[in-house]
Write a protein that binds this ligand. Structure first.
Ligand SMILES: [Zn+2]
Length: 593
């Protein structure tokens, strides 16, 4: 392995017991300080390898760890020998680490939340995945399943253990099956990628977790850099396969320093606690916790169009596009007690125009995702002007599926001029990605609330807009096409966009009349731009109140109503509005009382 991953060596000239030289920056570090920081260099932040035992100590609450031991496995199935017989290598590794193989498992708690942790030890034969390691990971998954506790895997491995031949290879499939069982059971899985994670571990359980967090600088990939360089005959770019590279390419959710991992895990575990059986009534399981919480005031939502002022179309368009309005990141900052941003489509890209993650609002676990604009040109550029790529929609689907898996409501915030029009977007399947959003969102069994917070532009907006309830901020708009685009096509000149805006009925009042939205969330005097904090908190209360209304329905009934809502769009008769007003009767009564 390269110098970066080797154990920091005692520096010559300094007392070996007291001082270390950081292998990255060569700074002399007081050994005790280095150990207190769990192997992170205080000068340059480099993360040195951590033994599995130290890792369990660093992650779990003090005194909470109970070691779990995997079943006995075959030791040398092939009677393998290279330069040395395999049993000799095993004995040496066992003597050096004091452990039977490369994975240690413990049940315990993180900030009081029950969890099962399996940690790999690179010091044990390069953390290679043999039968015993595969068995330990599978056992850890089964223990998590039996306890209905989330599973955390800390990976560090060169790949499959060659000395155990095809049986080592099969551990990839064994562990993948164990992860799939946790998916079926709705149990959260998290991987912490430590340097390095390659080959069979990267291509099985490491990347199958719901959330993949990397330590800074940690490298992960299928093929190692040397193999790739030899095969393609090219030098690899700096930083190839590092955590930061993986994040940029949408392959991992986040990069968090070792010192922050416990806090990150605590947020994730708190949000996924006590997942209910989806098929049971919503009142079971986690919703007991919701019931314990103080009931918020009824959602501040206007459901009668007559109570809304009639406004001119150009005024509506200008207000909806005002860059001072709170963005999705602003709402997240105002709303969330705790939050972990989750990034990437896990297929090669992370789209900055859609952001989202998992956390809690007023004590309630939610997955929130939405289009991200910006207040300045620089922020808009960074967010691709909120015009999402297929990777953005695939990220949205990934987060929606996570919400579904762990039984947490989904909230989407819509604010986009439209999906990104471009060559790459088309090559990567923009149309299919949007269509897939629509399909996945129709089938979610968890409560879904969508809010048009600014500009609801066309299919790129609707992709996040299939929900049990769709709300719109009073100054937002929602339209099949931009007024400029409509004018250019039908009036043959963009000058006529005010006329197009009027004709399209894209304002909140018109949309409520059409039943395209179920409620309008009032904005402060002067619009959300005048008082972003107040506007955002009103929106939050509207969302929480709406989620409470939805929580009393069982999932099957919720889904039936969601589909009926979609089916009713444009039909004449009592459900002509698309809003099934009958189901609001009790709420309207409450409101007028
Ligand atoms: Zn250093």
């Amino acid at each position: 392995m390269n110098a970066k991953t080797s154990e920091p060596a005692a520096s010559a000239g300094a007392p070996a017991t007291d001082w270390l030289a950081c292998p990255s920056c060569r700074a002399l570090v007081y050994r005790k300080r280095f150990e207190r920081a769990d192997g992170v260099c205080p000068s340059c932040g480099a993360h040195a390898p951590l033994s599995a035992a130290r890792r369990l100590e660093a992650l779990l609450d003090p005194g909470s760890a109970r070691p779990l031991t995997a079943a006995e496995t075959v030791h040398d199935p092939l009677s393998f020998a290279d330069l040395k017989p395999y049993p000799d290598r095993l004995s040496a590794a066992r003597a050096a680490t004091g452990h039977a193989d490369a994975v240690r498992v413990a049940a315990g708690t993180v900030s009081g939340h029950p969890v099962v942790v399996a940690a790999m030890d690179f010091a044990f034969m390069g953390g290679s995945l043999g039968v015993a390691a595969g068995e330990a990971v599978a056992m850890a998954a089964e223990a998590a399943l039996a306890r209905r506790a989330p599973l955390v895997l800390v990976t560090s491995s060169g790949g499959a253990r060659m000395q155990e031949g095809a049986l080592a290879l099969m551990q990839m499939a064994k562990t993948a099956a164990a992860m799939a069982a946790l998916d079926e059971a709705g149990i959260l899985t998290v991987t912490v990628i430590a340097d390095p994670t390659y080959g069979g571990v990267a291509a099985s359980f490491a990347t199958l977790a719901d959330v993949v967090v990397c330590e800074p600088g940690a490298r992960m990939g299928f093929a190692g850099p040397r193999v790739i360089e030899q095969t393609i005959g090219q030098r690899l770019p700096d930083g190839f396969q590092t955590a930061e590279f993986l994040l940029r390419h949408g392959l991992v959710d986040a990069v968090h320093p070792r010192g922050e991992l416990r806090r990150t895990l605590a947020v994730l575990l708190a949000s996924a606690r006590g997942h209910p059986d989806h098929t049971g009534p919503a009142r079971a399981g986690r919703d007991d916790r919701v019931a314990e919480l103080p009931r918020p005031a009824p959602a501040p939502v206007v459901r009668d169009p007559a109570r809304l002022a009639v406004r001119s179309a150009p005024e509506v368009v200008a207000a909806a596009r005002d860059l001072r309005r709170p963005t999705t990141r602003d709402h997240l900052a105002y709303w969330m007690d705790t939050f972990v941003e989750l990034r990437g489509d896990r297929a090669g890209a992370d789209c900055p125009a859609i952001v989202g993650g998992l956390g809690t609002v007023e004590g309630r676990a939610v997955v929130v995702l939405g289009h991200q604009k910006g207040h300045t040109t620089a922020e808009l550029v960074r967010a691709d002007f909120a015009m999402a790529s297929p990777a953005g929609y695939r990220k949205a689907i990934r987060l929606a599926r996570l919400a579904e898996k762990i039984g947490v409501p989904l909230v989407t915030l819509i604010d986009t001029p439209g999906a990104h029009p471009g060559i790459e977007a088309e090559q990567q399947g923009q149309a299919g990605a949007i269509a897939d959003c629509l399909r996945v969102f129709t089938g979610l069994r968890v409560p879904v609330v969508a809010v048009v917070t600014g500009e609801g532009g066309s299919g790129g907006a609707l992709a996040l807009g299939v929900a049990d309830r769709v709300l719109i901020a009073a100054n937002a708009l929602y339209s099949v096409i931009s007024p400029e685009g409509c004018a250019a096509i039908l009036w043959k000149t963009r000058e006529e966009s005010p006329a197009a805006a009027r004709a399209l009925g894209l304002d909140a009042r018109s949309l409520l009349e059409l039943g395209v939205v179920d409620g309008v969330v009032p904005e402060p005097e002067g619009g959300a731009q005048a008082d972003p904090a107040a506007a955002s908190l009103t929106l939050r209360d509207a969302v929480l109140g709406t989620l409470d209304e939805l929580a009393v329905l069982d999932p099957a009934e919720r889904m039936r109503r969601r589909r009926r809502r979609l089916r009713g769009f444009g039909l004449p008769g009592p459900t002509a509005t698309g809003t099934d007003r009958a189901r609001f009767e009790d709420i309207d009564e409450e409101e007028s009382a």
